[in-house]
Design a protein around this ligand. Structure first.
Ligand code: PHE
Length: 450
């Protein structure tokens, strides 16, 4: 049977950018920028994305398109069945774990669309805080939202690469951009918004420390979906005429612009009402509803509309990301275990729903789901984002830079010699030396070794 593929170049870019643009852009990036000096962090982030993220992304795309297989199959084919095959299997496992906890936060967004529409978030800061903690620690509500979100993803993925993933991305990504633009304009037009804008664009280098640099690197990898096979799986559906380098640049630009625009949604509104942008999940689910209430207190319905749009934006971003994560597992079961697409997708849906429910329940304080006193949810977030992804990215660079024959990477980079570019030499240098060293530094720093 002929292998599935994307039908158009726009489809390729929108689907892959859809994987990259996610919760990482809309809540993680703004609070990290907020904590690390605003513009200074953004400058460092862009440098990391271009110098390190981009070459890693191209490497994953090369592995996927060359092998024409799911992540595990792709690494195995290129490794000739050797030890490097393990990187692919690790990617698939990471995909399952991320999907589980990511679905939980995605589910929260659905609840918040409803809560904003039903005007449940219009109250004092205490009320908003209680609303979130009551919801988060409710045993069944967030868990059911998480399962619903995985099911939603399932019904898109199961329709196939072109009719499911590509079609959904072509509808959802433009919708996401429009909503983003409307909320940015609304936020930037608030009185006093210029303080937020200048915070984002006037660098304060005094706040930059070693950990800022390392934080920016970690965030750029997370945000670009590097290190676990989403890019590899999608690239296995790319056509022979897709310019991998150019596509990677376009995806990186889209992802970075969305992150900066997310900052432009949050900071101007927050500064205009004098609320300090908090960090972590509380930024989006506790601080922000407050900001909307205050900022639009003169026209409450406008605040409600902006709030609904904001959570819809988050849900859309999360959905396109979850689709790519789900596809990693679906392609794996379909090809490695010779299952129909339908059964493969159900295996992923059921196992990821189970992980999602456990993660969600772990936040209710249930003892059996705490590991060393940390809820399973936080553990998976940390373990995947801070450990498995950087390790996956690191190993991919070493594998592609040092073990995969250069004629394969050159052939993929230049589309079998049809693209005349002098950039291959720079790319392979970055992949062989610069990326592994820098990722290793982040990693060692996280464990306090340096
Ligand atoms: N890039 C996604 C985001 O920004 C997160 C992600 C990481 C997705 C790794 C897939 C793989 O939300």
């Amino acid at each position: 049977m002929e292998r599935a593929s994307f039908g158009s170049k726009v489809g390729i870019i929108l689907a892959t950018a859809g994987s990259a643009v996610g919760l990482g852009n809309v809540w993680r990036f703004p609070y990290m920028a907020g904590d690390n000096g605003g513009a200074a962090f953004i400058i460092i982030y862009i440098a990391c994305a271009l110098l390190l993220g981009l070459p890693c992304m191209i490497s994953e795309l090369i592995i996927g398109r060359h092998s024409q297989a799911n992540t595990a199959g792709a690494y195995r084919k290129l490794a000739g069945g050797g030890i490097w095959s393990g990187v692919g299997y690790m990617g698939v496992l990471t995909g399952f774990l991320i999907t589980g906890y990511y679905a939980v936060v995605s589910g929260w967004c659905l609840q918040y669309i409803y809560a904003s529409a039903a005007n449940h978030l219009n109250g004092t800061p205490e009320l908003i805080k209680t609303y979130f903690t009551d919801f988060e620690t409710n045993p069944w509500k967030p868990a059911s939202w998480a399962v619903s979100f995985v099911l939603l993803t399932h019904f898109i993925v199961v329709r196939g690469v072109q009719k499911g993933i590509e079609k959904a991305s072509k509808l959802m990504m433009p919708a996401l951009f429009v909503i983003l633009l409307v909320v940015v304009v609304a936020s930037c037009m608030l009185p006093g918004a210029e303080k937020g804008i200048s915070f984002l664009f006037n660098p304060d280098f005094s706040k930059v420390t070693g950990s800022t640099l390392l934080g920016a690197l970690g965030q750029s990898f997370y945000s670009l979906s590097i290190g676990m096979g989403c890019l590899c799986t999608y690239a296995s559906y790319f056509g022979r005429d897709t310019d991998l380098g150019k596509s990677a640049v376009q995806i990186t630009i889209i992802d970075t612009c969305v992150a900066i625009m997310a900052g432009l949604m949050i900071f101007p509104a927050a500064f205009s009402v004098g609320i300090s942008p908090d960090s972590g999940p509380s930024l989006v689910f506790i601080t922000l509803p407050n900001v909307f209430n205050h900022a639009f207190s003169a026209v409450p319905w406008a605040g409600q509309v902006v709030s609904v749009m904001f959570y819809m934006l988050l849900a859309l971003a999360a959905l396109t990301t979850l689709i790519s994560l789900h596809e990693v597992g679906t392609a794996f079961f379909q090809e490695e275990f010779h299952k129909s697409r339908n059964s493969a997708a159900w295996i992923v849906t059921l196992s990821c729903s189970a992980i999602g429910v456990l993660c969600s329940l772990s936040l209710t304080g249930y003892d059996g789901l705490q590991v060393f006193g940390t809820p399973l949810f936080d553990l998976l977030d940390f373990f995947t984002g801070q450990i498995l992804l950087p390790v996956g990215g690191f190993l991919t660079c070493i594998f592609l830079g040092w073990f995969v024959p250069k004629n394969i990477s050159r052939e993929q980079f230049t589309n079998w010699g049809t693209i005349h570019t002098g950039l291959y030499g720079i790319y392979i240098f970055l992949v062989r030396f610069v990326c592994p060293v820098c990722i290793a530094l982040v990693f060692l720093n996280q464990f306090g070794v340096i």
